[in-house]
Design a protein around this ligand. Sequence first.
Ligand SMILES: Cc1ncc(COP(=O)(O)O)c(C=O)c1O
Length: 393
Amino acid sequence: MGCRSLFDQVIDRRNTQCVKWDGVAEIFGKEDLLPMWVADMDFYPPEAVIGAVKARATHGVFGYETKSAGLDEAVVEWITIRHDWVIDPTWLNHSPGVVSGLATAILALTEPGDQVVIQPPVYPPFYSVGDQNDRLVVENPLIVKNGRYTMNLPELEEIFQSGVKLLILCSPHNPVGRVWSRAELLALGELVVKYEVTVLSDEIWSDLVFHSQKHIPLASLSTGIADRTITFMAPSKTFNLAGLYLSNVIIPNQELREKFCDQMQRLAQGHTNVFAPVAAEVAYRQGKEWLDELVTYLEENVEYVKAELAKITPKIKIAQPEGTYVLWMDCRDLGIPAEELNQFFVREAGIAFNDGVMFGPQGAGFQRMNIGCPRSLITEAIERMAKALEGYK
Ligand SMILES: Cc1ncc(COP(=O)(O)O)c(C=O)c1O
């Protein structure tokens, strides 16, 4: 039908229990919103993945399973080729989600009352995995200059000097879209080694970096850093498989690995479902071209939104993302009170964004827009925003 890209296809996701579309009324208080919030995409995964899941479903018996050696082999190969990081298969474990893995690691490595440092504005569960487990979350906010975010390493050093022993790193960073450079990660790594800090490096977005960028796994920088790092990666964002619940946890240090695995056992968390390993293995083995095309499409979506939004108003500024499919929009110049901003877009534009303040107090006056959808939905969003913002030029 003349589709320019397979990602142009609009898929009706309603009535599939998906939180992005079907959960919107409950969460935003209004039906029929254009959902540009929670981070999954409105795309099919690679065709081979759907085929493999269907084939497994056709077998029809869904009993307990052994670990999948094929999956582990595919993960190791993917990380070697895509991220130039050679990992030993014994370092690799799986948790249902990255967040459940973060929680497991926090329970394994810290005690109630211990401090955990995070770098807001950041993915909200970085707060809740600490808070809900009675750990004290310490903020090391990112610095922003001319809309570009960097880490505040001098402040982080002071925090480490005060005795904090655990950092949750977001790399690439959601919501600001930074893909940390080698120099930035080396500087961070130096502090981590010097102050004997352990890093939970959430690299769930590592495969979704734009063509001019390169994701560098923190632990690939040196054996000293690898020794202090637990790396989380997953096929969930990459291939849009979040609802299958499978992520990769890479722990080179044997002592850390044993602590993590013991905690997994205590929580009886060591299993996934029958479909996830099948889907993930095929995605890693056959999804490269699909992913390259996806990244191109997402980059084009970013440029499209920036160009169209600039025509509507100069008062919304977008932090230039280097990866991910979320846009961090600074709406403070609109003059709408921060606490009303999200509902302004709900009410006046019929769009559900994530409210910036969810990502930390630094996000007040910001909204996060998910552009992981067909361009026609973005056009619709732009049209709705243009109408809503008529009085705000
Ligand atoms: C930085 C980051 N970590 C983790 C997740 C979610 O991971 P999971 O669904 O595997 O728990 C997200 C989802 O948006 C994310 O942005």
